[in-house]
Design a binder for this molecule. Structure first.
Ligand SMILES: [Zn+2]
Length: 82
């Protein structure tokens, strides 16, 4: 089950789509095998997600970590498939 660390990004612009899960909740959960964690505090932000869930599901620009409040973008490496 791959664990991927997201990267901390500056606060996105107001029109960006930011997922803001509540404390203890996941931003996204699916039936894949990947776990994405906050790049700062390692909190799990997305669990059991697949590439399809993350990159080809509902689009979003960032996930705001409910624990440390930092904005996480998707890791660069995963932007190559299309
Ligand atoms: Zn965090």
């Amino acid at each position: 089950m791959p664990q991927k660390e997201m990267r901390i990004i500056p606060k996105p612009p107001a029109d960006a789509i930011v997922l803001t899960p509540e404390a203890g909740k996941l931003a996204l959960e699916g039936k894949g095998g990947d776990t994405y964690r906050c790049g700062a505090c390692k909190t799990r932000l997305m669990d059991n997600v697949s590439h399809m869930d993350v990159f080809h599901g509902e689009p979003f620009d960032a996930v705001k970590c409910p624990k440390c409040g930092k904005f996480n973008g998707l890791p660069e490496d995963d932007h190559h498939h299309h």
